[in-house]
Write a protein that binds this ligand. Structure first.
Ligand SMILES: [Cu+2]
Length: 158
């Protein structure tokens, strides 16, 4: 009788503990960055930053309105779209047919803790002409802590 109870307790313990252990390192969620047109390019879209294993981050840029045949250099820059550090911080693959996908060898947190922006240039030859840009993190007062994750993000049972 006691043996059965102990077995049941062990099972219950495992059921409760296993998910708790699995949740020990909460998976960072992906981040969608709106991309706005610059210099009347008419190109808008999004960049989706997705955390990967091994502290890598996938950056998928998707814009509409890119001229056909264009290959637009894209980078992560320090700063914001309004005040960009012109030196690229992390290069992304050029945007072709409105798409670019790059895996960066850094955790997504590294892109979220410092003001950075993703910008698209008209072409390698016209690198100084920006055609679109999106702030990865909307800049807030440095003294205010980041808001907590919105409710409803926790995995629901079943
Ligand atoms: Cu750039």
């Amino acid at each position: 009788m006691h043996r059965t109870l102990l077995a049941l307790a062990a099972i219950a313990f495992a059921l409760v503990l296993a998910p708790a252990l699995a949740d020990q390192s909460p998976a960072p969620t992906s981040l969608t960055v709106p991309i706005q047109a610059q210099n009347s390019s008419g190109q808008t879209g999004v960049a989706v930053l997705t955390p990967m294993t091994d502290n890598k981050t996938k950056v998928d840029v998707s814009v509409s309105g890119e001229p056909s045949g264009a290959s637009e250099p894209a980078h992560v820059h320090l700063g914001t779209c309004n005040k960009l550090n012109v030196a690229p911080k992390y290069p992304l693959n050029p945007v072709v047919n409105g798409k670019s996908s790059t895996v960066l060898d850094l955790p997504i947190s590294q892109l979220e803790t410092t003001p950075m922006a993703i910008n698209l240039h008209q072409s390698a030859a016209n690198i100084g002409t920006y055609v679109a840009c999106g702030n990865i993190v909307s800049v807030t007062a440095p003294t205010s802590p980041a808001p907590a994750s919105p409710p409803g993000m926790a995995p629901s049972p079943g």
